[in-house]
Design a binder for this molecule. Structure first.
Ligand code: AP5
Length: 212
């Protein structure tokens, strides 16, 4: 596939650092497509596709899904018409093999590295609640009006199977071992900006907006 000239922003950060929360806000203001490989994989699991069946056990264990499965998903998403204006990557790349594949497809404009101390991550992740339609809450920081019920759709909220304290530890270990090492290649291109991810979502969004 030829390299696309679409505008791309990557959000990188530990699990629970707020990538999804900030990507949704950026999507609203910029009109770019939000490409979350986690969301795409969860949708595949829910739909019971062959890819979803293969990915499920890795996701439930807090492990990374094999590169070849995720790279295929990303390549499909990045050429969709929704991404014509630009795209926001959330959760990709997570390994150097994925970064190689991405770099062969696109040139990124900016990489936002959202920094949150690991001591705060467990509370953020274990307190997350989701609706089937993808609305995200936090029991303490962003609670729904009625406990356990989505404000927007009225759906029952659930906890992701990988949002337990034990799985968070696995996911953080993977982040340090596999994902953080991809950051220097973008630093070498001068496109990485570190943003403090502590504070309210609006405060973090203001910091991101200021550097874009
Ligand atoms: P994925 O869904 O990408 O999970 P993640 O990277 O672990 O990130 P999270 O979704 O946990 O957190 P986030 O940074 O988006 O934070 P959020 O905004 O939700 O991936 C899940 C799994 O899929 C992986 O483990 C792997 O198995 C697989 N996978 C996905 N991509 C892959 C890839 N490329 N390669 C291989 N495998 C892949 O916020 C978290 C919580 O905190 C929420 O409750 C939110 O309301 C709250 N919150 C957000 N911001 C704030 C704030 N500023 N203050 C207080 N609370 C906040």
């Amino acid at each position: 596939m030829a390299e696309t000239t679409r505008t791309g922003i990557m959000l990188i950060g530990a699990p629970g650092s707020g990538k999804g929360t900030q990507a949704k806000k950026l999507k609203e203001t910029l009109g770019y497509a939000h490409i979350s490989t986690g969301d795409l994989l969860r949708a595949a699991v829910k739909a019971g596709t062959e890819l979803g069946k293969q990915a499920k056990s890795f996701m439930d264990a807090g492990a990374l899904v094999p590169d070849e499965l995720v790279i295929g998903l990303l390549k499909e998403a990045i050429v969709k018409p929704e991404a014509d204006k630009g795209f926001i990557l959330d959760g990709f790349p997570r390994t150097s093999v994925q970064a190689d594949a991405l770099d062969a497809e696109v040139t990124l404009d900016k990489v936002i590295n959202i920094k949150v101390p690991f001591e705060l991550i467990e509370e953020r992740v274990t307190g997350r609640r989701m609706s089937k339609s993808g609305h995200v809450y936090h029991v303490k920081y962003n609670p729904p009006k009625v406990e356990g019920v989505c404000d927007v759709t009225g759906e029952e909220l659930y906890q992701r199977s990988d949002d337990t304290a034990a799985k968070v530890k696995e996911r953080l270990d993977k982040f340090v071992a596999e994902t953080e090492p991809v950051i220097p290649r973008y630093q070498a291109k001068g496109i990485v900006v570190e943003v403090d991810g502590v504070g309210t979502p609006d405060e973090v969004f203001a910091r991101i907006s200021a550097v874009l």
